[in-house]
Design a binder for this molecule. Structure first.
Ligand SMILES: [Zn+2]
Length: 61
């Protein structure tokens, strides 16, 4: 009765679904907001999902 808990194939393997992150630049602007830049995962381009279906990856296409 082993349970197989696989990661869903649609989640990007590079970022594990966390496709966009905000990186602080340090300090705050004149309105008091934290200065940040947004970085997207280079593999899925910020979507968090795999762009190539797993079937095609296994087949080498
Ligand atoms: Zn990704």
């Amino acid at each position: 009765m082993a349970q197989h808990n696989h990661t869903p194939a649609r989640i990007c393997s590079h970022c594990d679904g966390h496709a966009s992150v905000a990186i602080t630049l340090g300090g705050r602007d004149c309105t008091g907001h934290l200065r940040t830049v947004t970085a997207h995962c280079p593999a899925c381009h910020g979507t968090g999902t795999r762009t190539t279906p797993a079937v095609l990856v296994r087949a080498g296409k």
